[in-house]
Write a protein that binds this ligand. Structure first.
Ligand code: HEM
Length: 222
């Protein structure tokens, strides 16, 4: 347990929790993409998720919440520690160039924290104003109508578009950083790992941002 209080211990925790959340984001994007089929696609997908046994859903949510909280708390601790002047250690050292994304991980991370709280209030707790909360013809909750009502205004779609730019910046550095922490990057592999990380970040950005923008511009219609 003492290990978790070292700089490299904290980095490994950040990398493992971060990787789990990236995998969640990939699965979430694949699921959300059913919206391009139209109302029947995303409503059937949501119905399928909600028909899973409640204990499984709750355990999954508790694990995700724990990963998220640990990632945020350790991220804040690491930043305070690094700004205090202690050198940060990757498992294998490779030459790194500071980028805007790498210098601002704490700020993009905190902005994502605010976005996730908003997103949960929005679509999970459905507590934000102006949402269309109705059932579809089959009597199931109409997720499509809720999402479409949110993204039909510039402000509603704009919040998500800006948040996805922040997500892109965070993952642009975060994905290659986790490979370094796991000791998989060296001078030879770092350029490829950096490009692959940027590509994953770009695909997630493009996929997520396409949803609010397609609704705003009438490409996806109910
Ligand atoms: C355009 C972008 C997005 C859309 C349209 C969207 C849509 C949704 C919807 C409809 C739900 C509620 C699912 C339900 O209860 O049936 C949800 C839940 C959630 N979303 Fe997103 N999402 C987006 C982006 C993101 C991003 C970027 C993240 C974080 C990486 C994220 C994380 C979550 C989490 C943690 C939940 C709660 C899952 C649960 O209820 O167990 N979402 N999202």
């Amino acid at each position: 347990m003492e290990f978790l209080n070292t700089s490299i211990g904290r980095k490994i925790v950040m990398a493992v929790t971060g990787l789990c959340m990236v995998l969640f984001a990939v699965v979430h994007l694949i699921g959300n993409s059913t919206i391009f089929v139209g109302p029947s696609g995303i409503n059937a997908y949501a119905e399928h998720l909600h028909s899973m046994p409640l204990p499984i859903i709750m355990v999954f949510r508790a694990i995700m919440l724990a990963l998220f909280v640990v990632h945020v708390v350790y991220g804040i601790q690491l930043t305070i520690e690094n700004r205090g002047g202690r050198p940060s250690d990757y498992a294998v050292k490779a030459t790194r160039k500071a980028t805007f994304a790498s210098e601002n991980m704490i700020w993009t991370g905190l902005l994502l924290f605010v976005f996730i709280v908003y997103h949960l209030l929005h679509f999970t707790f459905r507590a934000t104003p102006g949402l269309t909360l109705v059932n579809d013809a089959a009597g199931h909750f109409n997720v499509f109508a809720m999402v479409a009502s949110s993204f039909s205004s510039i402000a509603g779609a704009g919040i998500y578009a800006v948040a996805m730019v922040v997500l892109f910046m965070h993952l642009y550095h975060g994905i290659q950083s986790l490979f370094q922490t796991f000791g998989l990057a060296n001078g030879n592999t770092l350029p490829t790992i950096t490009k692959a990380g940027a590509l994953v970040a770009l695909v997630l950005f493009a996929g997520f941002v396409a949803i609010p923008l397609s609704i705003l511009f009438g490409i996806i219609k109910g």
